[in-house]
Design a protein around this ligand. Structure first.
Ligand code: AMP
Ligand code: MG
Length: 412
């Protein structure tokens, strides 16, 4: 099999995942989820013409010559219902959000007035009809769709849902994700420190990456490089919507993961991608499960998660924007590159005049997890590049944040 480009591999993954079904959640538990139904307004808002200022409701025609003195006929607070009609030469004191009384066609803010008594006010400026009035239904109209299915629930969306009194809503289900690490050399969190072993960091880094997308994964632990034990663990993992396996997908004689998942019914879509770090990464499907065989090297595992798993999980949850945000940045030093594979260099970003400066986090070995821990983003070096000179503008994929974009946003 050929090496796939990152873009082709991303396409292949996305063609193989579908949006999951819907479930009902309470508004207070819906942040970050995606609406699975259209939501309509259940009333006009504002329900009547209201003042957008603290001031006086009046007839704009009374202000042909200013200053003008008007008689105050009543005091209208938000929540009050005015019962008097404003006649020529009259006005009503009005608060923000209070209904505009009959007869008045404008509001003047208190700052443009002067009061000498409780019964009259001097108006110092002229206003046009409609001034500082928010019209009935200006915010939303009864029956209109205010939020479409597919909308991500941000705090602003939560406000709109509360406005239309949507206490319970339909959102797309989150995938059930299992994480399995493999390798005889691994030592788990609860085991005593053995200087000859390698601490299992991948299960936890992947767990955090999954959690960052709003999903609580299941950790299946560590399977030894033993076909019988692996088969048992993999069988369990294949009951989930998504199975992430770290390690054992390479071509070493003890890399059993691929043949075993195939024997368990996984149809492999790819297992070679022209990227660095990241090789070897495998992807396959069954009727119900998406299987990702991630490289054991800790940085590779995390980078492959970002490029392939994160967009897939977001699609399953109904998001339209699947990819991490990219920005342009100025590279502060030379970066060497051999043509062949797309490289993801871990960088920090610093704000500078006119944009951002990107600087490598240091040694970039695929086992050097600190390079990832320090990174703000992944600088993408196109596969055909022969190196990037200091001062060049580069594309950096951000590793953090809740705002995503429509496409991968980089050239390979
Ligand atoms: P593999 O892909 O199984 O050949 O593993 C490649 C390298 O990644 C080896 O040096 C492993 O020790 C390391 N590695 C594999 N799994 C993990 C893990 N769960 N946590 C940390 N390092 C790992
Ligand atoms: Mg291994």
């Amino acid at each position: 099999m050929e090496y796939l480009s990152v873009t082709k591999a991303q396409q292949c993954v996305l063609e193989s995942v579908v949006v999951l079904g819907a479930e009902s959640v309470k508004l207070e538990h819906s942040l970050g989820r995606v609406l699975a139904e259209d939501v309509r307004a259940n009333r006009d808002l504002p329900p009547y013409d209201v003042s957008s200022m603290d001031g006086y409701a009046l007839r704009s025609a009374d202000l042909k010559n200013v200053p003008a003195t008007l008689a105050i006929i009543e005091d209208i607070r938000a929540g009050d219902m005015p019962d008097k009609t404003v006649q020529a030469g009259q006005c009503a004191r009005i608060m923000t959000g209070a209904p505009v009384p009959q007869g008045a066609d404008a509001v003047i803010r208190v700052e443009d007035t002067q009061t000498s008594s409780d019964s009259s006010v001097q108006i110092n400026a002229a206003v046009k009809p409609g001034n500082d009035i928010r019209l009935r239904g200006e915010g939303m109209r009864n029956g209109e769709v205010v939020l479409r299915a597919g909308t991500e629930i941000t705090p602003g969306v939560t406000g709109v849902l509360a406005t239309v009194k949507c206490a319970q809503l339909q959102v797309y289900r989150r995938p059930r994700v299992a994480i399995l690490s493999t390798g005889n050399e691994l030592e788990d969190m609860d085991e005593p420190v053995d200087p000859n072993k390698i601490p299992n960091s991948n299960s936890y880094a992947l767990m955090a990456q999954v959690q960052a997308l709003g999903i609580g994964p299941d950790l299946l632990g560590i399977a030894r490089d033993d076909p019988a034990e692996l088969e048992e663990y993999l069988q369990r993992g294949l009951r989930f919507d998504v199975l992430l396996v770290s390690g054992g997908t390479s071509v070493g004689v003890h890399d059993y993961v691929r043949p075993i998942v195939e024997s368990l019914g996984v149809q492999m879509k790819f297992w070679r991608v022209a990227m660095k770090p990241g090789h070897p990464v495998a992807f396959g499907i069954t009727a119900h499960t998406r299987f990702f065989g991630l490289p054991g090297n800790p940085v590779s595992s995390m980078v492959c998660f970002e490029e392939f798993v994160a967009p897939a999980l977001r699609r399953m949850m109904g998001h339209a924007r699947l990819y991490r945000r990219t920005i342009a940045a100025r590279l502060t030093h030379n970066v060497k590159h051999q043509p062949g594979r797309t490289e993801f260099v871990r960088v920090t970003l610093a704000k500078e005049q006119g944009g951002y400066a990107a600087t490598s986090t240091g040694a970039q070995g695929s086992g050097m997890l600190l390079s990832m821990a320090r990174a703000d983003g992944l600088m993408v070096v196109p596969a055909d590049s022969t190196g990037v000179a200091a001062g060049s503008m580069v594309t950096v994929q951000l590793l953090d944040g809740t705002v995503f974009q429509d496409d991968a946003g980089f050239r390979e």
